[in-house]
Design a protein around this ligand. Structure first.
Ligand code: FDA
Length: 281
């Protein structure tokens, strides 16, 4: 377990919110923004969900003013699977603190059994708050429709491929098709969306975004790239130097195993990166 904890440090900023803020400070020094995430998901106990929302509020208050107070949260950690109303109010409490502190809250997207409900919760919150955004997964068959709805409503979207294993009825399975779907959704969001976040380490998608934005006259200030802590660190600086907004997803906390597992599963090279790190490469 100790060795695993050591390996996870590549992808996780630490166990304490102060570790995450420290990482955020280092990023800010390089002109890179952050979104902070207290790791945790699939909470089935009300007290634990309340603790998760208190932790999110504490984090918003802890982030110093010169760093954007931007956090990411998972609805399943806020009690989504206990009761929708409970989750909604728990999350609204976080959005109240975000409003007080000038912060922004992104609702991460989880497995497809939660997609519709997460979007529903987002829509309800969006009627009361403008400091909340959602995530759409390019791999899902439903996503082009969700993108259209988000564009029509002016919602802030983070577009990613999707990290959860889904059946063929729900999601594309082939990487070429997922990339194609990603490009098509990204183009739509770049042209008509509200400050979309293009979240990928995939160089072909990063380049396509840059080229499409240039060709359509979309200024660099109208969107941002997002990447995960520990992945493609050099690329973050290159993009900033080229005038793009870059935000890094900074996870912290002790409940890192599912997150760490998803990172290893999605790319063999991530396992190699971890091993290289372990042996001092
Ligand atoms: P992927 O891992 O598919 O790699 C494709 C190619 O990219 C590689 O072949 C290589 O060319 C290049 N590449 C990747 N890593 C590299 C590296 N380290 N160095 C050099 N080249 C590299 N998912 C989800 O379901 N819900 C969510 O809410 C989120 N949130 C989220 C936030 C942010 C900020 C990010 C970046 C991602 C997510 N995701 C997510 C995860 C996302 O859905 C997806 O699983 C991962 O980003 C992996 O897909 P990529 O497109 O990044 O590249």
């Amino acid at each position: 377990m100790k060795a695993l904890t050591f390996l996870a440090r590549r992808f996780v900023a630490g166990t304490d919110p102060k570790d995450a803020v420290w990482a955020g400070e280092r990023l800010a020094e390089r002109g890179i923004k952050a979104t902070f995430d207290k790791l945790g998901e699939d909470v089935l106990d009300r007290a634990a969900a309340l603790r998760a929302s208190e932790a999110a509020k504490e984090l918003l208050r802890l982030v110093p003013g010169h760093i954007e107070r931007n956090i990411s949260i998972k609805m399943s950690s806020m009690g989504q699977e206990i009761s929708r109303e409970f989750c909604l109010e728990n999350t609204a409490g976080i959005l109240d603190v975000a409003r007080e502190t000038g912060g922004f809250v992104r609702l991460d997207m989880e497995g497809s059994r939660l997609t519709q409900d997460t979007i529903g919760i987002f829509r309800e919150l969006r009627e009361r708050y403008d400091n909340v955004g959602l995530v759409l997964q390019a791999a899902l068959h439903r996503t082009p429709t969700d993108v259209e709805e988000a564009v029509a409503r002016g919602d802030r979207v983070r577009l990613c491929k999707g990290a959860y294993r889904e059946p063929p009825e729900v999601a594309l399975q082939d990487m070429a098709a997922i990339r194609e779907a990603f490009r098509s959704c990204a183009h739509r969001l770049l042209e008509a969306g509200n400050y979309p976040a293009i979240a990928s380490h995939d160089e072909s998608l990063i380049r396509d975004t840059i080229e499409h934005a240039r060709a359509r006259g979309v200024e660099a200030s109208r969107f941002e790239f997002q990447m995960l802590y520990g992945l493609r660190r050099r690329r973050w600086g290159e993009l900033v130097a080229a005038g793009y907004n870059v935000r890094v997803y900074v996870p912290y906390g002790t409940h890192w195993l599912p997150y760490f597992y998803r990172r290893l599963r999605e790319r063999k090279e991530n396992v190699l990166v971890v091993l290289k790190n372990l042996f001092g490469g």
